[in-house]
Write a protein that binds this ligand. Structure first.
Ligand SMILES: Nc1ncnc2c1ncn2[C@@H]1O[C@H](COP(=O)(O)OP(=O)(O)OP(=O)(O)O)[C@@H](O)[C@H]1O
Ligand SMILES: [Mg+2]
Length: 380
């Protein structure tokens, strides 16, 4: 991630503001009428909220304002808006999904201000019930990212889904990192070749990201490797705190780089190395839980696919069935939307089994790892 990208770009944000002003109507008109930058950040919203509620009652919302920038929250002062944006809360949806304590802590604002910001954002985007029919429409529009193998895509009901957290776990050499490389290419390569032409954020906790593997996989699709590589932003995380900071900083890259995929390879390696022994287990699980919640929220708020790899733990005393289990226990099990367990087959063959998913049965399939990435059996 370059230094250029890390610094805020006031010019660009200004352009964004102008563009949004032309596309949305009511909420923006209210901003220009009611914004009083001299007011204290804690006071500004009291007088605005009742007016907002009245206008909402008259006209049902039809416009999706989730993606609107936070500086468009009615009446928000430039200083508070800047604090939110520099802490990674870029859109109304990001604020609406936050908790007051977390927003106050991350953005260094008062908890009361945080509460009011959240409430204003929620009333703008209308968080509440949706009919199942509406949800089906939304789900039908979800983007799926191909794994490179038709069999594996079929197992995953079309590929890796956006707005959700998918875990690939398995022993060493089962293909977890190779699947991540393949997903990078299918996300970043151009649409005419079957890709999404979108950005990727890759958080590498083990130092195993290899750009030359990306180039090899690009060759399979005749995809221009330079273009693909330039869309992949790699952050090397040196410890669990660093890993969490990289994720917190990611919203600005998600927006600027049109990111559709975030990879964490691997989810648990730092936590496992740093928190050893029974005494630190509780602390480890709490921290891991917080991290998983960050990931889930990013997936939902920015409609991206989050893919995490996970190592396994051996339990030799188990008499029947699997003797290895993904690390992280119930915390990881409950947080991941879809969990895929990988094991070795003969030669380059690997077996993938869905072990938990809200929409896929517990089935398995076979795929292969080759120079060209993730392949179907018999493909070369
Ligand atoms: N250039 C390549 N051509 C063909 N196969 C390769 C190539 N590079 C790696 N592989 C295959 O990928 C396997 C390693 O898979 P991968 O790196 O995904 O393991 P992993 O599941 O991430 O393991 P770990 O838990 O150690 O991180 C190798 O054993 C090899 O079979
Ligand atoms: Mg690996």
């Amino acid at each position: 991630m370059s230094k250029k990208e890390e610094t805020p770009k006031p010019k660009k944000e200004k352009q964004l503001e102008v563009k949004k002003t032309t596309t949305t109507t009511k909420a923006k008109d209210e901003v220009s009428k009611t914004a009083k930058p001299k007011k204290e950040p804690e006071d500004w919203i009291e007088e605005i909220l009742p007016k907002q509620k009245k206008t909402q009652a008259k006209k049902p919302k039809t416009e999706d304002l989730s993606d609107v920038a936070v500086n468009q929250i009615p009446g928000i002062g430039p200083a508070v808006a800047e604090k939110l944006m520099s802490s990674g809360y870029l859109t109304l949806a990001a604020v609406a999904h936050a908790s007051p304590i977390e927003l106050a802590e991350h953005c260094e604002i008062g908890e009361q201000t945080a509460k009011r910001l959240i409430s204003a954002s929620r009333s703008q985007i209308g968080i509440g019930f949706k009919s199942a029919k509406e949800l089906l429409k939304i789900r039908n529009k979800l983007v799926k990212i191909s794994t490179g193998s038709e069999a594996l895509d079929t197992l995953l009901a079309g590929g890796i889904e956006t707005s959700s957290l998918t875990e690939f776990s398995g022993e060493f050499r089962t293909g977890k990192t190779q699947i991540c490389f393949q997903l990078c290419v299918t996300t970043a390569m151009e649409k005419s070749l079957g890709g999404l032409e979108s950005g990727v954020i890759y958080i590498d906790t083990e130092g195993t990201f290899r750009p030359e593997r990306i180039v090899q996989i690009c060759n399979r699709f005749n995809a221009p490797a330079e273009e693909v590589l330039s869309r992949i932003n790699v952050g090397r995380a040196y410890n669990s705190d660093h890993q969490m900071v990289l994720v917190l900083e990611s919203p600005k890259f998600i927006k600027e780089g049109n990111v559709k995929l975030m990879i964490i390879d691997s989810l648990t390696s730092h936590f496992r190395a740093e928190f050893t022994g029974r005494n630190s287990l509780l602390e480890r699980q709490q921290k891991l839980n917080k991290f998983l919640h960050q990931l889930l929220r990013l997936a939902e708020v920015y409609d991206i696919a989050v893919v995490a790899t996970n190592q396994v733990l051996s339990k030799p005393d188990v008499l029947y069935g699997e003797t290895v289990f993904p690390i992280g226990g119930h915390i990881v099990a409950h947080s991941c939307t879809t969990r895929v367990f990988l094991r070795k087959g003969k030669g380059e063959k690997r077996i993938a089994r869905v072990i938990d998913s809200p929409h896929i049965p517990e089935i398995e399939t076979v795929f292969m790892i080759g120079q060209d990435g993730i392949l179907d059996v018999g493909e070369s």
